[in-house]
Design a protein around this ligand. Structure first.
Ligand code: GLN
Length: 272
């Protein structure tokens, strides 16, 4: 007989990840494991679980194997077409929600939405705010759209390359978690990153290619006093602040993530 504990201990991966995979595939939670860890697992589940553990041993991210990741208070489907939502990005959501509440905004735009994490978390917090989300990847948008349905949250999903399909529109708030990793950054070969879409991660030799484009183009798509909030790498805040200043933004501010790294920078368009 094979128990849940046997399966967890048989895997050559981190114990918590093995536990998460085994419990998810058994449809159980951690509380169950305390009292049932030595009971035999149904025979038909065993090869399925062993297969999943093997995929993890070979480097596939847990989120892709189980097909979901929680973000904010949402359970989101993820596939290799989208970046796996990170807790750091909740900082961008928090700031966006704060802007929407403070200025009573009725609209906002999320560029490069991927799984739809930012757009959906904002919609969940601010139901009266109309959220539009853009991605150039058809496959990513399909994931985002499915997440909107399963979370029962209404977001307008648009296919396009950054501002491409938005000509003539102006927004009071634009948010983005663009690619910002340097092309040569060794982290692209570590952890979960090799399995994630490179186009969602890498952004030229300095990692600033997309941030530069967003900052230079946003003024044409922001209302007077509109805000642009951007996630970036831990060492890119000064560069992003300088780019915002050059592009005519004021009230430029950087906020730190849970690890204390400068992670999100934003500013307000100065039309004065
Ligand atoms: N924070 C991510 C990482 O370094 C990168 C996300 C991004 O490029 N937007 O793993």
């Amino acid at each position: 007989m094979t128990s849940a504990r046997d399966l967890i201990e048989s895997a050559q991966i981190c114990g918590r990840e093995a536990e998460q995979l085994v419990l998810t595939l058994l449809g159980r939670d951690r509380a169950w494991l305390f009292t049932h860890d030595n009971e035999p697992v149904e025979a038909e589940s065993i090869p399925v679980i062993q297969q999943a553990l093997k995929r993890r041993e070979q480097g596939e991210p847990v989120a892709y194997i189980i097909g979901s990741r929680s973000f904010w208070n949402l359970d989101l489907a993820v596939t290799p077409a989208v970046l796996i939502p990170r807790p750091d990005t909740e900082l961008l959501v928090e700031w966006g929600v704060e802007r929407i509440r403070r200025a009573d905004l009725d609209r906002c735009l999320d560029l490069g939405t991927g799984s739809g994490a930012i757009a959906l978390a904002i919609k969940a917090e601010c139901p009266a705010c109309a959220v539009t989300a853009v991605d150039r990847s058809t496959d990513a948008l399909a994931v985002a759209q499915a997440n909107g349905k399963s979370c029962q949250l209404q977001v307008t999903w648009l296919e396009g390359d950054w501002f491409e399909g938005l000509l003539g529109q102006r927004w009071p708030l634009i948010l983005s978690n663009p690619p910002y990793v340097r092309d040569e950054d060794p982290n692209l070969h570590r952890g979960d990153l090799p399995a994630e879409p490179r186009e969602a991660l890498a952004a030229g030799p300095d990692g600033l290619k997309d941030l530069k484009h967003l900052i230079a183009t946003a003024p044409d798509f922001l209302e007077a006093e509109g805000y642009l909030l951007l996630e970036h790498g831990w060492d890119q805040a000064a560069a992003v602040r300088a780019l915002l200043l050059t592009a005519g933004f004021k009230n430029i501010e950087t906020r730190r993530d849970l690890a204390g790294h400068e992670r999100v920078t934003g500013g307000c368009l100065d039309h004065g």
